[in-house]
Design a protein around this ligand. Structure first.
Ligand code: NAP
Length: 280
């Protein structure tokens, strides 16, 4: 039976390490400000979870809730204020934003040194160039989880299914930094199943319930399931058919309890890292 790569357990390890490091700090605690525009119920839940996680590890957190009709200019003014506020080390703009606001312009306005989501073009460039920066939380958490379980990465064939800017592309860049041989598949990839079958490490970030089954997976491969979907019965499932795939692979992340809990844990890691760099 496959090793279960529990993100829930690893996130606990990360949080307790963060708490220790925060307690040992001299000077101000790490400060994270989350900007939320509009009243999307899912965003409200995510933002609440981020605030709770911050409190548990001794961070200062602040949520700025703005009405749906806030203009792009008003959001940019707020970001400029936060960029020059020394008590703020991390700025996160919760997505989705209302249609009249450009996600790209907002992401580019955050000071790269406070861009704890890792979406600023400067951080994207630093990631691909192999330089230090702040990198997207979900893929960073996945690499952390693989290291935590001492899964060898160097020289392995990694296939990432999905090419979003939030997961697929930064995942590819991070695995390249780990010396994997990296391929990216997407909705136009031909022979997707064959491509998947060649992978030693298969990361699936598509958003289609249980798309990948055991026939797609090389025996002994490591499988990371980023997907979060509701199946026809309303149950939370990944992009991977866990029951069939776990009978052929060597290690797998479950859904729920796999990749999901890592995102906030690594947002906190990024905020502490940003604080350290800003104050030194
Ligand atoms: P996204 O922006 O919608 O991107 C999906 C990607 O999958 C696209 O690149 C798309 O290809 C590709 N794709 C769609 N159908 C495909 C198919 N049949 N075969 C191969 N590729 C296909 O999604 P995302 O933001 O990356 O998120 C992906 C999943 O991860 C979602 O379920 C999301 O909820 C979940 N997620 C979880 C976390 C977390 O656990 N913390 C964080 C982020 C996302 P094209 O580019 O060709 O359209």
């Amino acid at each position: 039976m496959a090793l279960v790569l529990s993100g829930r357990k690893f996130a606990r390890v990360v949080r307790s390490s963060l708490l220790e490091r925060v307690n040992a700090l001299s000077g101000p605690p790490p400060g994270l400000t989350v900007i939320m525009v509009g009243d999307d119920p899912a965003s409200r839940v995510y933002v609440g979870a981020k605030e709770k996680a911050c409190k548990k590890v001794g961070f200062n957190s602040r949520i700025v809730s703005l009405p749906e009709e806030t203009t792009e200019g008003q959001i940019l003014d707020l970001i400029n204020e936060l960029n020059s506020d020394d008590s703020v080390h991390g700025i996160l703009v919760q997505l989705p934003l209302p249609a009249h606001v450009s996600v790209d312009r907002i992401a580019s306005a955050v000071l790269p040194e406070k861009d704890v989501d890792g979406f600023h073009p400067v951080n994207v460039g630093r990631l691909w160039r192999g330089e230090d920066g702040l990198f997207p939380c979900t893929p960073s958490g996945i690499v952390g989880l693989l290291h935590h379980h001492q899964i060898p990465l160097s020289g392995k064939n990694a296939l990432i299914v999905g090419r979003s800017n939030i997961v697929g592309k930064p995942m590819a860049a991070l695995l390249l930094r780990e010396n994997c041989t990296v391929s990216i598949a997407h909705s136009r990839t031909s022979n997707l199943i064959e491509q998947c079958r060649r992978a030693d490490l298969l990361v699936v970030a598509v958003g289609r319930a249980e798309m990948v089954n055991a026939d797609w997976v090389k025996p002994g491969a490591v499988v990371v399931d980023v997907g979060m979907n509701r199946n026809s019965e309303g149950k939370l499932v990944g992009d991977v058919d866990y029951n069939s795939v776990s009978s052929v692979c060597s290690a797998i992340t479950p859904v729920p309890g796999g990749v999901g809990p890592l995102t906030i844990a690594f947002l906190l890691e990024n905020t502490l890292l940003a604080r350290t760099r800003l104050l030194t």
